[in-house]
Design a protein around this ligand. Structure first.
Ligand SMILES: [Mg+2]
Length: 171
């Protein structure tokens, strides 16, 4: 079985915006992010992005925009991401879906496809719904947050690099 680190995208791999990130020029990758990805990859984890992209259901951008951003991200990190799942739906835009976090269906699909062991796997996210999705899938979570007292994840940090060092203390 494989061990995996599931990663939220906006606010974890790239700087989030109040509006949506769908243009490559808005995709700002914080310092330390690529190092974190390399560290986790080197330790033998699959790295799979799990992202809500309801801007598609809202008509703000298209699937092609999302795929272009993902291709750009792969180029920046040397194609170390094993897969990227995105949920285009939103319940208020006529398309409720169990794939949309805090539901866990995207994670469940990846677990089935890649033969992932829940015991050794993690979800890293910056929103409560990421943590909920991880908990529903029965995996450990790390919440990137400035307000640890409000988090219901056992482990919290403020950056992906710190999170990667918790999961992989030695390289
Ligand atoms: Mg996020």
């Amino acid at each position: 079985m494989n061990k995996c680190i599931f990663l939220d995208r906006d606010g974890v791999l790239n700087v989030d915006r109040v509006d949506y990130v769908y243009r490559i020029e808005d995709l700002i990758i914080p310092e330390g992010t690529i190092e974190a990805i390399q560290r986790m990859k080197k330790a033998g984890y699959l790295l799979i992005v799990i992202t809500n992209q309801s801007g598609i259901a809202k008509g703000i951008y298209t699937r092609e925009d999302v795929l272009k951003c993902h291709e750009y991200f792969q180029e920046q990190c040397g194609h170390l991401l094993d897969d990227l799942y995105f949920c285009p739906h939103h319940e208020n835009f006529n398309s409720a879906s169990l794939t949309r976090k805090p539901n866990s269906l995207m994670i469940e699909k990846a677990i089935a496809k890649y033969n992932i062991d829940r015991e050794t796997s993690w979800m890293i996210g910056d929103a409560h719904r990421d943590i909920k999705a991880g908990q529903r899938a029965g995996i450990k979570t790390i919440h990137l947050t400035e307000k640890p007292e409000e988090s219901f994840s056992v482990i919290t940090t403020t950056t992906l690099l710190e999170a990667s060092k918790i999961i992989v203390p030695e390289v």
